[in-house]
Design a protein. Sequence first.
Length: 497
Amino acid sequence: MINVVWFKRDIRITDHQPLVEASKLGPVLPIYVAEPSIWKEADLSSRHFQFVWESLLDLSENLSKTGSKLFVAIAEVEEVLAAIYEKHGPFRLFAHEENGTPITFARDLRVHEWMKERSLPFTEFQHFGVVRKLKSRNTFQEKWEDFMSRNILPAPKKLELVRDVPSNLSSDLHLLRDFVVKGRPILQGQRGGESNAIQVLNSFLDYRFQSYNVHISKPYSSAESCSRLSSYLAWGNISMRTVVHQTRQALEQTTNSFHKKQLTAFISRIHWHCHFIQRLESDPEIMTKPINAAYDTIRTKWDEEACQRWFYGKTGIPLVDAAMRCLHETGWVNFRTRAMLVSFVCNTLLLDWRRPSMGLAQLFLDYEPGIHFSQVQMQAGTTGFNTIRVYNPIKMGKNHDPNGAFVRRFVKELVDVPDEYIHEPWLYEEFDTLGYPEPMVDIVEANRRARDVLYRVKRSEEAREISKEQLDKHGSRMRRESRKKKTEKPEQLSFDL
Ligand SMILES: Cc1cc2nc3c(=O)[nH]c(=O)nc-3n(C[C@H](O)[C@H](O)[C@H](O)COP(=O)(O)OP(=O)(O)OC[C@H]3O[C@@H](n4cnc5c(N)ncnc54)[C@H](O)[C@@H]3O)c2cc1C
């Protein structure tokens, strides 16, 4: 019987349990399926597929060293499985659990059903420190540690090749060039692939980590001092366990207390990764519904033009525009800047969070649904249990980009503005000659209004009651009670890139 290994957001050969387990049982057929029904969704864009494609090229090369081949298809996964079944008869299917959106989860359930109807075995393995059907959140940390402390699984040295493959699978990866995903590719993003992931981890642990915590909030220098592993983790080019093991080793080897502090700060961020994904795993509706429904009543008017100005970096607020333009160009900004962008569109402008969350997902090369939607809701103040944060991008610019290096790099109109005006160019006497827009809001005034409405809801009986219900709810893939919505929704969720 052949053993099909289905790669999804785990495009690597090292520490890949499905591949290792399949290889113990006989011939292995490694497949990647570009599924139109998944890639047409509002959260995904062409840059993500570009990263996947680069990752697949690397995987294909690594598999060829084992004597095997990667096969790809543009199809729905059940179509590929049906063709394999027709050609080979019964087969085993191996994959990682995908802790993704309700769409990918529903697809995985359909595949389980499809296999079950034919009495074919489908084995899924835990991918991160995220636990499916976690009964109690209190056991999460212990289970995380147990998973991370296990040995790294080396890449198989030899794989038995399956020669006779159905015609809808091809080992020519160029086939995927015909797969159209909305949006344009990016030129300045990180390049996908396990080999690149290993290099990025090594360069971080060799020297880049040394100013990790010092520069973490700085939009410009954090691009170098942060690990920059997020895209590689999001598309599974490296396992979280590898990152944990190597970081702990680096921590043990250093005697420098300052370096220890940087690495310890990094390790705590890594814990957050699985913590947030666990939240989506347990409550997938956070992708589309506010964690606390009482906050669905405050953003009543949809303003498409304001949303577009934010998305394309034309607000007239330098740090906001630089950050959005940086995302369009590179697909990455640091944590604090992401938080500020959500605060600006959802709090300062008081726009509903759903469309902006999709826009940012489309732009982030490291889009990871579990982290993304939890974080957007936290920064938009819709969870009810996190501190409400309303950022002032002018103040933040002055504190974290004092000479405007980041702003100048991405907002060409402001390149020659003197330092003292870089975050408030409208005060500069030559502002009219710059071709840069007037600020679309008075930040101080708009932020005061945002705090007023957010705190009014936070203090309300309804919000408190819902928060209490949330605390009582546990379990995997739970459903949220729907409440009467008062917010006006935008017509579409995705943006043109
Ligand atoms: C609104 C918003 C949306 C976000 N969306 C994503 C997303 O789609 N994908 C994503 O990977 N991160 C997301 N983050 C978290 C964080 O901004 C990124 O993980 C980080 O900037 C990635 O860069 P890095 O790998 O160099 O981070 P490092 O600081 O080097 O961190 C290492 C790893 O730890 C994890 N991590 C770090 N910070 C966080 C955090 N706050 N929450 C959860 N995990 C964290 C990530 O896996 C990251 O790759 C979001 C944050 C905000 C505020």
